[in-house]
Design a protein around this ligand. Structure first.
Ligand SMILES: [Zn+2]
Length: 336
């Protein structure tokens, strides 16, 4: 059976997605022009071949939206002929993969790199190079994207909405999520979902470091509910959002989890517990106002004299007396 002929779109996409094969024998060299720039005759000079041009700049130079060329009226500093020569070299460099060559060029001059103009530029007429074709078509069907940065932003955002269907996909080079995230949440979510889930998970775990296995299950369902809440919010579905918020609150309560509490619970706790909590956040040794921790009411002294000292006497049979309150020992001799 004859194989189906691939469409132009399929051919282009296949070429774009194929691994880059570099021909290491290719030297990127462009000779200088024999007709060098002469300020008496020419207005513009090519930064590559050195050829001089008069007439309109746009006839001989391509444009870019990169700020790097803004003071040159947006024109690239090298001539169209040099671009063509450079593209021939680039195409050989990428082992005749034109898509990879064009991607390289787009990256260099900050042009949008997109399948739509690539497809159009496949119809190569004999008198025009593919890159000049691409330059003419690069604003077609690419939304408002103009620069390579726009392409990168667009691809990144699109990837965020791409559903992850396997652990291997998460491990791929372009993926921004981890395989452990896929292990934890399973497959079938988008990258944005995984980030959302992981972020919420970390927050809940941080506030509840000693969650038991039972609570762990609740924590995971809270993360799932939270993800649905974000989705409902994005879709502008307020009814759904309110319902989910309600469900979230119920689950949270049921799980017996806590958020970081700002309220002062010192009335319900013993003094030492309160000190302990304060100390968790502001350890005494790092406390700025060290005077606050000074023993103003001499409680340390009191404990030493009236608790520790008698205890030592009781335990060891010693008879250390208080330094202030004690019945002086009277010498039998003096009694007489
Ligand atoms: Zn040139």
């Amino acid at each position: 059976m004859a194989q189906r002929k691939l469409s132009k779109e399929e051919l282009t996409r296949e070429s774009m997605n194929s691994p880059k094969k570099i021909d290491t024998t290719v030297d990127i060299k462009i000779p200088r022009s024999s007709e060098q720039f002469d300020s008496r005759k020419h207005k513009y000079k090519c930064s590559c071949c050195g050829k001089g041009f008069s007439g309109q700049q746009k006839n001989n130079f391509q444009k870019s939206n990169s700020p790097l060329f803004q003071a040159n009226d947006g024109f690239l500093p090298w001539c169209k002929e040099c671009t063509d020569k450079y593209m021939i070299l680039l195409t050989s460099f990428y082992s005749n993969n034109e898509e990879h060559a064009i991607e390289h060029f787009c990256h260099q001059v900050d042009w949008v790199y997109d399948i739509e103009p690539l497809k159009c530029a496949r119809e190569i007429s004999s008198d025009r190079s593919r890159i000049s074709h691409y330059a003419a078509k690069k604003n077609l069907n690419v939304g408002n994207r103009k620069t390579y940065f726009d392409t990168l932003k667009y691809n990144y955002e699109r990837k965020q909405d791409e559903v992850v269907t396997s652990r291997e996909q998460a491990k791929s080079e372009e993926s921004t999520i981890t395989a452990s995230a896929v292990d934890r949440w399973g497959v079938g979510f988008t990258e944005a979902d995984y980030k959302n889930l992981d972020e919420h998970y970390r927050m809940l775990k941080k506030n509840n470091p000693n969650a038991d296995n039972n609570q762990e299950i609740f924590i995971k369902s809270l993360c799932n509910i939270n993800m649905l809440m974000v989705r409902a919010l994005k879709d502008g579905d307020s009814d759904k959002y309110v319902k989910l918020t309600d469900q979230y609150a119920k689950t949270f309560k049921q799980a017996g989890l806590r958020t970081i509490e700002e309220k002062d619970a010192s009335n319900d706790e013993t003094f030492c517990m309160t000190l302990g909590f304060i100390s968790d956040f502001t350890p005494e040794e790092f406390y700025q106002g060290k005077e606050l921790y000074a023993d103003w009411d001499k409680i340390g002294d009191y404990i030493d004299r009236h608790i520790t000292r008698p205890m030592i006497n009781l335990e060891t049979g010693s008879d250390v007396r208080d330094k202030e309150f004690f019945v002086p020992e009277v010498d039998e001799y003096e009694e007489e």
